[in-house]
Design a protein around this ligand. Structure first.
Ligand code: SAM
Length: 267
């Protein structure tokens, strides 16, 4: 795909999906899109864009391709041990009413993981978890609380299985009590308005294809959305290169705490 074709394709994708490809790492995205166009329309970008306008399944495949929504419950289970031992104890010492955001929540496995963990703290008076994503199909599963295949549940502690899941025809669904704490909404992290006043934001395994510029803007936005001393929880393969520059103190590779007032804070 030459530069002209790539630029044409990017504009077409933005108008049909609302996803701005310029916020994703260019080399990887171009390589992946080239393969997608080749497999759909034999390397013909114009032909691919026409199919995109006509065929809803081509558009659905593109969305699916751009969003990479692999997830599971208790993904990287070790970090949840750290969350319970170190991070939550600290948050709960400040507030008993928790407001959490799972940003890029995919099918809700991450939001429900947090819900299962918080359900075990009798001292928490109330908690709400907002799950957001750009992928409507995944959000549909999240809102319904399933169906989840058994492979997504391999890290779920035995004590949580009966307590929080129902099995029907070999597929798993979360129980209503767990769902009651969650809300799922469409939201594009690269362009939409951020809600405020969260005690913790999880944004894990979402930004791997974002440019450094897009990541920095996102981290500033997260900082703005957290309460003083709030926590940003990122994926174990991601890292923040200059946390202080965007108002965070690094607590460990996956956990960053908002510095209440920092030089770059928005007025
Ligand atoms: C690999 S999944 C991660 C799910 C979950 N956070 C986890 O770690 O298991 C990445 C999710 O990010 C979402 N995503 C990608 N770009 C996004 C954007 N610009 N705004 C919101 N969500 C986005 C995808 O749709 C996908 O569901």
């Amino acid at each position: 795909m030459n530069d002209q074709e790539f630029n044409y394709l990017k504009r077409h994708i933005l108008s049909s999906t609302g996803i701005d490809i310029d916020s994703y790492k260019s080399v990887q995205m171009r390589r992946r899109l080239t393969t997608l166009v080749e497999n759909t329309s034999g390397a013909n970008v114009l032909g691919y864009c026409k199919e995109l306008d006509k065929e809803s399944d081509v558009l659905a495949k593109l969305r699916n391709f751009l969003t990479i929504n692999v997830t599971e419950f208790f993904r990287d289970e070790g970090v949840f041990v750290e969350l319970k031992k170190r991070i939550l104890t600290n948050i709960i010492s400040n507030t008993r009413r928790l407001k959490i955001w799972s940003a890029g929540c995919s099918n809700g496995a991450e939001a429900y993981t947090i819900s299962m963990i918080l359900a075990d703290y009798p001292e928490i008076v109330s908690y709400s978890i907002l799950g957001t994503d750009i992928d409507e199909l995944s959000l549909g599963i999240a809102r319904a609380g399933g169906p989840y295949t058994v492979d997504l549940l391999k890290n779920v502690p035995a004590s949580c299985m009966n307590k929080h899941f129902i099995c029907k025809d070999g597929k798993y669904w979360v129980k209503a009590e767990l769902k009651a704490h969650t809300t799922f909404k469409p939201h594009n992290l690269l362009s939409d308005f951020f809600v405020k006043d969260f005690d913790m934001i999880l944004c894990r395994n979402v930004t791997i294809y974002f440019t450094d510029e897009a990541k920095e803007k996102l981290n500033r936005g997260f900082n703005d959305s957290l309460k003083a001393n709030g926590i940003l929880f990122i994926g174990s393969t991601e890292f923040m290169s200059r946390p202080e520059a965007v108002g965070f103190k690094k607590l460990s590779p996956c956990f960053y705490q908002k510095i209440p007032v920092y030089a770059g804070a928005r007025a």
